[in-house]
Design a protein around this ligand. Sequence first.
Ligand code: T4K
Length: 385
Amino acid sequence: MTRYPFLVSNPVPLSTRVEKLREIEASQRFTNFGPVNDRLQQRVVDELFDGRGGCIAVANATLGLMIAIRDGTMRFEREPRRRLAIVPSFTFAATAHAAMWCNYQPLFCDVDPDTWLPDELHIEALLKQYGERVAVLLPYATFGNSLDLGRYDALAAKWDVPVVVDAAASLGSKDAEGRQFGSGSKHPVVYSMHATKSFAAHEGGIVYSEDLELLGRLRQMSNFGFDANRIVTLPGMNAKLSEVAALSAAEKLSEFGNVVEHRRELVETYHRNLPMLQWQRPAGTALAYQFCPARVNGPGRNDLVDAMAARGVELRAYFDPPLHRQEFFADRSIVPDLPVTNALSRNVISLPVHDLMSVEDAKAIARELRDVVATLNIDPAGAAD
Ligand code: T4K
């Protein structure tokens, strides 16, 4: 029996917000940029981004990525050679899918062995090698870690390519200056509010940028490309967030500070109680921790996951297999040598972190894990296999 589930989704229970649901029903405004959406967007900018820049709410982060990629690459529409999107393989399927829906072929880059962020030197080497075939850079802010956006500004300028940031797990993560990761970015930065994220709504996404004109285009693209006269002047789809979904997100925003603080305590408990594991090196000042990833070097990762499951502790291994080892992507992508991704994905585990867990639960899970490591004779601090 599972005593400690990997994840328990915790969106705000809307059954306790009946008055607010009634207001939506009474307004007869259910979607298409209604007042609950407007207020959510304003509050996200004010409360998470200190009033800097702007954002649009979208139905989910995958659609947010798609419209942002489409917008950034529109200037290449008549350049048939520009067909590549540089994407890490150590990410969730959505990053590469978003590029492929926009008709770009993933060109996978490796990650840094310590921060697990996309390796900018490898990206630059790929840009040198593939030059004008590259249409877009799609870095993922791995597990909420902070990308150095200044480096991406420089790459974008030097190679004349747009950048779209996949920051799916980054709401609540702080950059090196202590600001919400993404603050002040001129590129679109896309966050998820999926039920499994620390910022758990039901479904939903936020696209943030300091470039308000860019956001205006994305808003139009999210509504079939209609301009103010309902004439289509941009590529369009339906990526709008409903008013009920926006309510779910707004209610989560009100408690989000406590959510992040609690998750930080759980992860610090793991760090203190499992000193033999290798942790992701934070590049910013804080992470929002959708879960707690760690690296277990030496063979035995799968045995460890199975042994923990037998003790009622559910672990996961995000992201194993990485994208380039999944046939669908492998058949349709360019796969250079990815030594760090290969080693990291073989050794990674994700420890449970969720709002309903206590610090005592994290200690108990750590005890079980120490015991399993000793029983299986795994050397987590050993050399990577
Ligand atoms: N880019 C990146 C890098 C991402 O990680 C994601 C999403 C995206 C883009 C796209 O964002 P969205 O378009 O979704 O806004 C889960 C999430 O479904 C997915 O959103 C997330 N990344 C990914 C990292 O995790 P799965 O396929 O692993 O989910 P699943 O169904 O196995 O659930 C994970 C755990 O959560 C299970 O233990 C069950 C539990 N759970 C799940 C749901 C849906 C619940 O307790 N309640 C629930 O309602 O992808």
